[in-house]
Design a binder for this molecule. Structure first.
Ligand code: UD1
Ligand code: CA
Length: 451
């Protein structure tokens, strides 16, 4: 069955107390709305529509950055959840199949739950995701008759008896797209909130002889984010799950509670991650690599057997081949290091390529930026870069070449050559001792004067 996703994200999110639209606040390194799309991805949707309203421009931009195929539908006035879904109608013109409605601020719905809903569609026209609420509070209540869902009543409109129902509406709904829009056309705003409730489609469906049911999930999946406190709690839940997943996948985490992952982190089996490591988005670490304490990685790839840190920073475009060593206080950006290359101490390697088995001495810097343009540094294989070399890009150091410590390299170094680019050393015999005597005598004179 072809599927389309409709993710509602037009609400203001006032309680975040933020200039940033709620759904753009990051969770696990991705904007909140992305998590709903990732869960929905399990249904391999043919189209995905994000309904935006408050902060529409910024949200649409973030959506395009995440997935240029996402369709944006604008809801300029937030008149309720049914009205929000109706905004996706044009985007789904010509689509035939199921539509699944998700909320952009509800990140933990599991793909398996959506699959269970889709399976229930075999016997019912409309499938709603419900949950047993520990505290039903202000959630909409599911009025069931056996496995049939008769209607959903919003808290504000519920009677005393209806409020006693503890099975609640998560907001996730699945129905044939055409049927969904037909039902929404019949929704009015004649209720306590004066809103077009999506939940009203259940009673309308039943009145038309279409059956509805509810699939239930764990309440934890339905957690919505409304405040910064809830966002922080959600981040903790997210990290907890990611750590458990890494351990399950055979990754050693020495102090799991101090390691932070992103939604797309991939860490291979038998990799070791020491305490206090942050994986920002876009990181893959292969089998058997070791990420030592206090390292920060983003947009990079670490191959088998490589070691990183302690205190290393791998920025986007850092590509480490097998058995590469990147040591303490080293920053790598947009640079490839071939097999066995070593940059062990206090260096910046940016916009560069480093050949296999090359050793980069402590304090080496690729001077990649001239204030306007970025330039590339190429270092060959089995080369030796002396400590504290400045490589002023664009520049190339050949295979098996060397640079003398403290050199400022502004021109290419041929294969096999050594470049010495620093002032020649001059020794003045006895001059240091003379200078010391003079300075100490001066100090003694000054002390005498002061007494
Ligand atoms: C809704 C459900 C309620 C359910 C609860 C679960 C309705 C009428 N009620 O209530 O049964 O228990 O969610 O959390 O559907 N949105 C728009 N445009 C709008 C209105 C809402 O995009 O015009 C988006 C919001 O940004 C939000 C989601 O839809 O992501 C839900 O809206 P919200 O106002 O929070 O609904 P609730 O009143 O909580
Ligand atoms: Ca809500």
């Amino acid at each position: 069955m072809p599927t389309a996703l409709i993710v509602l994200a037009a609400g203001q999110g006032t309680r975040m107390n933020s200039d940033l639209p709620k759904v753009l606040h990051p969770l696990g390194g991705a904007p909140l709305f992305v998590h709903a799309l990732l869960a929905g991805g399990a249904l391999t949707p043919e189209r995905s529509v994000l309904v935006v309203g408050h902060g529409a421009e910024a949200t649409a931009k973030a959506a395009a950055d995440f997935d240029p195929d996402l369709i944006i539908a604008e809801q300029s006035e937030q008149l309720g959840t049914a009205h929000a879904v109706a905004q996706a109608r044009t985007a789904l013109a010509g689509f035939s199949g199921d539509a699944v409605v998700l909320y952009g601020d509800t990140p933990f719905i599991r793909p398996e739950t959506l699959e269970a809903m889709q399976a229930a569609r075999a016997n019912h026209a409309v499938v709603v995701l419900g949950f047993q609420a520990a505290d039903p509070g202000r959630y909409g209540r599911l009025v069931m008759a056996g496995d049939r869902l008769e209607r959903i009543v919003e808290y504000k409109d519920a009677s005393h008896e209806e409020r006693a129902i503890s099975i609640c509406n998560s907001g996730v709904i699945c129905a044939d797209a055409e049927t969904l829009f037909d039902l929404i056309d019949a929704v009015s705003n004649d209720n306590a909130a004066g809103e077009y409730y999506l939940t009203d489609i259940i009673a309308i469906a039943n009145a038309r002889g279409l059956s509805a049911t509810a699939v239930t999930c764990d309440e934890a999946e339905t957690m919505g984010i409304n405040t910064r406190t809830e966002l922080a709690r959600a981040e903790a839940v997210f990290q907890q799950a990611k750590r458990a997943e890494a351990l399950e996948n055979g990754v050693t985490l020495i102090a799991p509670e101090t390691v932070f992952f992103s939604y797309d982190s991939y860490i291979g089996r038998d990799a070791v991650v020491e305490p206090n490591v942050i994986f920002a988005p876009g990181v893959t670490v292969e089998t058997g690599a070791r990420i030592r304490a206090f390292s920060h990685l983003e947009g990079c790839h670490v191959s088998r057997g490589a070691t990183v840190g302690p205190y290393a920073r791998l920025r986007p475009g850092a590509e480490l081949a097998e058995d590469v060593h990147v040591g303490n206080f080293v920053e790598i950006k947009n640079a490839t290091l071939d097999a066995g290359a070593k940059v062990n101490h206090l260096s910046y390697i940016g916009d560069a390529s480093v050949g296999e088995a090359t050793n980069i001495g402590a304090g080496t810097i690729t001077c990649n930026y001239d204030g306007v343009f970025k330039h590339h540094t190429e270092i060959g294989a089995r080369a030796f870069i002396g400590s504290n070399t400045m490589l002023v890009a664009p520049v190339r150091v050949g295979d098996e070449a060397m640079t003398a410590s403290g050199s400022v390299i502004t021109g290419d170094v041929p294969d096999g050559a050594i470049a010495i680019a620093r002032a020649k050393q001059v020794n003045k015999p006895g001059l240091a001792r003379k200078l010391f005597d003079k300075l100490r005598a001066e100090k003694a004179r000054k002390q005498q004067k002061a007494e």
